[in-house]
Design a protein around this ligand. Structure first.
Ligand SMILES: [Zn+2]
Length: 419
C-alpha cells in the first residue's frame, strides 16, 4: 500500500506522489473519515446518570468555539512540509466560518431553500490553558520524541503529546505521514440522546479531530480535497451529524428530513445530481457527503438543529462556547488575588454581593453577566472599587448565569445559579 510522503506543499511533489492515492480513494470509495464517540468512557458515566436534555433554542445568538491546532511535523522548518504555515491554518479557520455561517460571496454560500446559517463560528484560541496569550497553534516535532510509533488512527496516541482541556478547546491534530489513501480525517462524536447518536463508534477518552496534514486548509495539492472542507465535514461529526446516507441502504437515516435519503455516499458532482431514494435530487453538495470539496456548500436546517442541540446539551461541547480560550488574557501585575474575591450568595435571588477583602483595590473594573450561550445580560463599569459591592440581579428566565469581572490586572469568572 502506498503512502503519501511529502516534504513541501509544492504542486510538483504532490502531483507525483499524492494523485495516485487520492484517485485510488475514489475508486475504492475509501472512508473519507471515521467518527467515534466517547460514550463508554468513565468520564461520562456519571454525567449520563444526570443528563437533562433540552432542545436547541431558536435565537440569533452565535456559538463561538476556540480551536487549538496541534501541528505534528517531522522536523521541517515552520511553514514547510508538514509543519504547516500559519497562513494556511488561519485560512482553514476562515473556510470554517464561511461554511458554518453560509457567508455570501464565499464558496460557503448557497441559496438552497433547506440551507441555513449554522450560527457557529470558530477562532484560534487566544488564551492557553495556563492563562497565557497564544495563537492557538502548537507545533510538535515528532522526530524529537522518544520512539514515537508509526502514526496510528488513535486519538490517545496524539493526545499524549499535546492535548488541551477538551472542556475548553476543540483539539485538532494535523498528522504527518498518515496514509493518504486510508483516511482524510477522523472525529470523535458527542455524547447525545439525538436519534442516531448510537451510530458513533466507541472510542478512547481523548476527544477531538485528526486531519491528514495535506488536506488541512486550502492548498494547491492535486486533489479533490484541497479546499479545507475535510475539517468542515469532521466538525459536523464532532457536533453530532451523521453522513447523509446514514449507512448503506435507503432505510438507513441520518435523522434529518431535509437531506434526501441516499443508499450510499457520492464521490463525484455531476451537473445533474443522481436521484435520492425518494426521487428528489441527491444532496451531493452537502458537507456530510463524500463529494469533492469544490461542490460542497450546504448544511441543512435539520442538520443545524442537531448541532445546536449538541451545543446546548452535550458534555465537552456546551462548555466550549463559554471557554476562556475565546478571549485574550489580561496582562499586567495582579493587584488582587482572584481567589480572595468572594461572590455570594450562590444560588442567588435578587442581590449578589462581591467581596474583595479589606485591603484590596481594583481599578477600571467591568462586571458582566452572560448566559450559557455567551449572550451578555449587562455590564457595569467602575473606575475603582474596594471592599464590597452589591449588584441587583436582572430578571431573567435563565437558570444559570456566568459572572465575569475584569480589571486592569485580572479576570475572574464565576458561575451563578439563579433561584
Ligand atoms: Zn465523515
Amino acid at each position: 500500500m502506498k503512502t503519501c510522503k511529502f516534504t513541501s506543499l509544492s504542486v510538483l511533489i504532490l502531483s507525483l506522489v499524492c494523485t495516485w492515492s487520492v484517485r485510488a480513494q475514489h475508486q475504492r470509495e475509501t472512508e473519507r473519515c471515521q467518527v467515534k464517540t466517547l460514550e463508554n468512557s468513565n468520564y461520562f458515566e456519571n454525567w449520563l446518570q444526570t443528563r437533562t436534555f433540552k432542545t436547541a433554542i431558536n435565537t440569533t445568538d452565535i456559538y463561538k468555539i476556540p480551536i487549538v491546532v496541534h501541528v505534528l511535523h517531522l522536523g521541517e522548518p515552520e511553514g514547510e512540509g508538514f509543519n504547516l504555515p500559519k497562513e494556511q491554518i488561519e485560512a482553514q479557520i476562515r473556510i470554517l466560518n464561511e461554511d458554518f455561517r453560509r457567508k455570501e460571496g464565499t464558496p460557503g454560500f448557497n441559496t438552497h431553500p433547506d440551507g441555513g446559517d449554522a450560527r457557529i463560528e470558530f477562532i484560534l484560541a487566544r488564551t492557553s490553558p495556563d492563562g497565557k496569550a497564544t495563537d492557538g497553534i502548537v507545533r510538535i516535532d515528532m522526530n524529537q520524541l522518544e520512539n514515537p510509533e508509526k502514526f496510528p488512527s488513535s486519538f490517545n496516541f496524539y493526545g499524549q503529546y499535546s492535548y488541551w482541556d477538551p472542556e475548553q478547546y476543540l483539539n485538532v491534530w494535523t498528522l504527518p505521514d498518515w496514509p493518504a489513501e486510508t483516511l482524510l480525517g477522523m472525529a470523535t462524536g458527542p455524547v447525545t440522546d439525538l436519534p442516531g447518536g448510537d451510530r458513533f463508534e466507541v472510542s478512547d477518552p481523548v476527544d477531538g479531530i485528526l486531519i491528514n496534514a495535506p488536506y488541512f486548509g486550502p492548498s494547491d495539492i492535486d486533489s479533490n480535497y484541497n479546499r479545507g472542507r475535510t475539517l468542515t465535514h469532521e466538525i459536523g461529526h464532532f457536533l453530532g451529524l451523521l453522513h447523509i446516507w446514514g449507512a448503506t441502504g435507503c432505510d438507513k437515516d441520518d435523522y434529518c428530513e431535509d437531506t434526501p435519503p441516499q443508499n450510499k455516499s457520492h464521490s463525484v458532482c455531476p451537473a445533474t445530481p443522481p436521484l435520492a431514494c425518494d426521487g428528489r435530487p441527491a444532496m451531493i453538495e452537502n458537507y456530510m457527503n463524500y463529494t469533492p470539496d469544490g461542490c460542497m456548500n450546504i448544511f441543512t436546517k435539520d442538520q443545524i438543529s442537531r448541532m445546536h442541540t449538541v451545543l446546548e446539551n452535550s458534555p465537552r461541547r456546551k462548555s466550549l462556547t463559554t471557554s476562556p480560550g475565546l478571549e485574550a488574557p489580561v496582562t499586567g501585575i495582579p493587584d488582587v488575588v482572584a481567589s480572595a474575591i468572594k461572590v455570594f450568595p450562590n444560588p442567588v435571588a435578587d442581590h449578589l454581593n462581591i467581596d474583595f477583602g479589606e485591603n484590596q483595590v481594583l481599578n477600571k473594573v467591568s462586571i458582566s453577566c452572560y448566559t450559557s450561550l455567551g449572550k451578555k445580560i449587562f455590564t457595569n463599569h467602575y473606575d475603582k472599587i474596594s471592599k464590597r459591592i452589591t449588584l441587583k440581579m436582572p430578571f431573567t428566565a435563565e437558570k444559570v448565569l456566568f459572572l465575569q469581572l475584569r480589571s486592569e490586572s485580572l479576570v475572574v469568572n464565576r458561575k451563578l445559579v439563579l433561584r
